[in-house]
Write a protein that binds this ligand. Sequence first.
Ligand code: DQA
Length: 140
Amino acid sequence: MKILILNGVNLNLTGRRERGVYGDETLEEIDRAIGAFAAARGVEVSFFQSNLEGELCTAIQQAEGKYDGIVLNAGAFTHYSYALRDAIAAVRVPVVEVHMSNVHAREEFRRNSVLTPVCRGEVLGFGKNSYILALESFLL
Ligand code: DQA
């Protein structure tokens, strides 16, 4: 099984920005933890992060036929990117939406995701373990 771990805007700053919300670990450290979990379960994972909406859309388009699933933390794009939503809807690759923080316990604008309706499911509020739980969902 091959899974793409896709991170969007500002996730490259994880470990440096809003540590009280997102924790102290960098995205590279989180990716290593995801990689170790995946390896222990025989899952092949690839990682991609971009601050550019179009690059994320391209990554989703190119995942077709290449990956069995995508774990996506789109960052703030979650809340308004119809382009990402359409990219997810356009491919047959299942996408699980992820958020490290509990977006429902934060600002009002974070409560709405334009992506959830076209995703297989959503995991939020468990810090880096949100990624691992999302990855695990593909093994059920
Ligand atoms: C986030 C939540 C989003 O609202 C925010 O814009 C992020 C990170 C999370 O992982 O909790 O950048 O997706």
